[in-house]
Write a protein that binds this ligand. Structure first.
Ligand SMILES: Nc1ncnc2c1ncn2[C@@H]1O[C@H](COP(=O)(O)OP(=O)(O)OP(=O)(O)O)[C@@H](O)[C@H]1O
Ligand SMILES: [Mg+2]
Length: 211
């Protein structure tokens, strides 16, 4: 299955989510191939750190642009694609072959608006008979109950048509940054942490048949 992690806004957590998904799938014995279509090469960098540190399992990674789209389409096993707006052609190419698109959305009005724009791009370039499943979730949610922004963002996202809202949020936690900088999945570094538990809950919704 080809899962593209995307949206238009920078810093939403695409690469963080793509990396953690790839590591989790690899740890569950899946054959995982990742594609980094963003010239920032964040996914490439974290995969390099993981390999240099000697952590296993590793997953295969290809970096490039539109020339990879046919290759992605033919790939069997689990495929994770990280995209960015710096290469819009590659981003659009990936959307046209995606089985599903996973969209992390930070809890702000600007991010909700930009998600709407992203969805209109998806609708424009995907054909009705080959529509990918679109899964939206709040990433970087505030951990303080008193702050309602995450609830408000989630409710705004729930109004959007043609998407499935995953109501299992990932919170804004240093554990995501720390584990990423070390080349580890958030659930590997400290399995009993809140971040680990929430990520596992999230990923088992995305991949109910794995694990
Ligand atoms: N749930 C989270 N909690 C804390 N920090 C997070 C979380 N998700 C992402 N981050 C941090 O936010 C920053 C941006 O994340 P990331 O690089 O994954 O986003 P991106 O959408 O891939 O960005 P870009 O558009 O630049 O490619 C990174 O420093 C990352 O560690
Ligand atoms: Mg990125």
């Amino acid at each position: 299955m080809i899962t593209v992690v995307g949206n238009l806004k920078g810093g939403a957590g695409k690469s963080t989510v793509a990396f953690n998904l790839a590591v989790w799938l690899a740890r569950h014995g899946e054959r995982v191939t990742t594609y980094d279509l963003d010239p920032q090469r964040t996914l490439t960098d974290v995969a390099d750190v993981r390999s240099e540190e000697g952590y296993t399992p590793l997953f295969s990674l290809h970096y490039g642009g539109t020339e990879l789209i046919d290759d992605i389409k033919e790939k069997s096993g689990e495929v994770i694609v990280d995209v960015g707006t710096a290469n819009m052609d590659a981003l659009k190419g990936a959307l046209t072959i995606a089985d599903r698109i996973v969209i992390p959305v930070p809890p702000s009005q600007a991010d909700v608006w930009s998600t709407q724009r992203f969805l209109s791009i998806v609708n424009k370039i995907t054909s009705a008979e080959n529509l990918p499943e679109i899964l939206v979730f709040v990433n970087r949610a505030d951990t303080h109950q008193a702050i309602r922004e995450s609830d408000e963002a989630e409710e705004a996202l729930a109004e959007l048509e043609g998407i499935h809202l995953i109501r299992s949020r990932l919170c804004q936690r240093t554990a995501y940054r720390r584990s990423f900088s070390e080349g580890l999945g958030v659930f590997e570094r400290k399995p009993s942490s809140k971040a680990s538990k929430e990520f596992i809950k999230f990923v088992t919704i995305l991949y109910p048949d794995v694990g």
